[in-house]
Design a protein around this ligand. Structure first.
Ligand code: RUB
Length: 297
């Protein structure tokens, strides 16, 4: 198996969450895949064999990411019958990279029109789509206030808090377990998504579902900002997306080996707790999101 150094380097960063969030994982993988065009191949067959090996390696780093798998599938479709696949590879990677950027900008504008001025938004983890949306609210002078949960065990909430504060947004950072205490201040609960299933359920950072249930109890709307690229077609034929389980060392280590530790990276929020999915096609119910995909709109 031939794994190129650029691919291994990005793959390690993805695994270690130096690159995190579904969209950033897909974008970095596209950048890394482009580097395959810098190498020499004796035949097209050899090129495609190496493309597949390197792509499979990237996919294996985060198994809960349909956007990554779709990016790679798009690139493959665009180079498969090309006269010069090395040249086509660069174009295809650039095109999909730009597409991911464009849809996030569209989602941000659509979402910002649905969130009232002066809202207090609760968000969990770091989603580049949510970041873009909140920054757009700020540009529209809607003066958002954001409560960011720390997102144990790897504290991606810190990234979100720093990024939003740098953009001049009012941010409050709390431990995950403090949410109940602040829930009465929250107007909107807003997260990204790693995957959306054929039932309209949302897979996102572990903890997302707890706040969704809580938001429901307090009549706070829960919006998910996610492109249609997050739809996981595999869920049409099996129950739901594979949930990545990460190293238990991220959670705790015990000398007492009888204690079991588990570290699921994501959880599933049932669609009944989701008031709207904000995607590039509109502000829609989870069931509508799924029908948009089926209709291919
Ligand atoms: C990140 C996370 C994000 C989604 C969506 O988890 O759960 O909410 O990936 O992100 P992790 P985006 O830090 O484990 O990758 O909107 O950027 O695609």
């Amino acid at each position: 198996m031939v794994l190129r150094k650029e691919i291994v380097s990005i793959g390690r960063d993805i695994k270690a969450l130096k690159v995190q969030g579904a969209t950033n994982v897909a974008k970095s993988s596209l950048k890394a895949l482009k580097s395959l065009s810098n190498y020499e191949y004796k035949t097209k067959t050899q090129f495609f064999k190496e493309f597949k090996q390197n792509a499979d390696y990237l996919i294996a780093q985060r198994p809960t990411e349909p956007a990554l798998r779709k990016s790679i599938a798009f690139v493959y479709r665009n180079i498969r019958y090309a006269d010069n696949p090395k040249v086509s590879l660069k174009h295809a990677c650039n095109r999909y990279f730009d597409e991911l950027k464009k849809v996030n900008e569209e989602i941000a504008v659509i979402g910002a029109h649905h969130i009232p001025k002066d809202s207090t938004i609760l968000t969990h983890c770091h989603s580049s789509t949510v970041m873009e949306l909140i920054k757009t609210l700020q540009k529209m002078k809607k003066n958002p206030h954001v409560i960011v949960t720390e997102s144990r065990p790897l504290l991606q909430g810190k990234l979100a808090a720093e990024e939003l504060s740098k953009a001049g947004i009012d941010v409050t950072y709390i431990v995950d377990t403090a949410v109940m205490e602040l829930m009465r201040d929250v107007d909107v609960y807003l997260t990204g998504a790693d995957a959306i299933t054929s039932d309209g359920d949302v897979i996102n950072k572990v903890g997302t579902a707890i706040y969704a249930v809580l938001a429901d109890k307090y009549d706070i709307p829960y919006y998910v900002a996610a492109s249609t690229y997050k739809f996981d077609p595999e869920t049409l034929i099996k129950e739901h997306t594979t949930i990545e389980h990460r190293s238990t060392k991220e959670v705790a280590t015990f000398k007492n080996k009888k204690i079991k530790v588990k570290n699921p990276a994501f959880d599933k929020t049932e669609s009944k707790y989701v008031n709207a999915i904000i995607c590039e096609k509109g502000f829609v119910l989870p069931s509508t999101f799924v029908s948009l995909i089926h209709r291919g709109d």
